[in-house]
Structures are given as C-alpha cells and as structure tokens.
Design a binder for this molecule. Structure first.
Ligand SMILES: [Zn+2]
Length: 68
C-alpha cells in the first residue's frame, strides 16, 4: 500500500497519507487544518537512499519491495 508524505502549504505541517491510486493524490487534504494546499514529498525511500545515511543497522533488503 502506497503511503505518501505531504506538506501542507497552509499550516506547514507534514503528514503521511495512504493514497489509493495516483489520481487520489490531488484530493488529499491536510489533517491539521483541512486545507487542500498540500504538496507531495518525494518518497521517503528515495530520499533515504539519496541521503546516504546508511549507518542504520537495518539492511537494505528490509526496504526493498519483494526483497523478502
Ligand atoms: Zn494544514
């Protein structure tokens, strides 16, 4: 299940939301203020890898889909 991270442009709070289908992203509203000015962040998976903070003990396979 895809969970995306959003940033609210109104109250500047970040939140995660489970989105079913790409088109549903446009109808996401902020749980804090109910605003619709939300912007999807890049996936945490991508930013995590790009960040290079591999000091965590979790193996990469834990994050990889289908890695079992
Ligand atoms: Zn908000």
């Amino acid at each position: 299940m895809p969970i995306y991270e959003f940033d609210c442009q109104d109250c500047h709070s970040g939140f995660e939301k489970l989105v079913r289908g790409f088109s549903a992203i446009g109808s996401v509203t902020c749980p804090q203020c109910g605003g619709q000015q939300v912007q999807k962040r890049l996936s945490t998976f991508a930013s995590h890898v790009a960040g290079g903070s591999f000091s965590l003990s979790a193996p990469a396979a834990a994050c990889a889909p289908g890695g079992a």
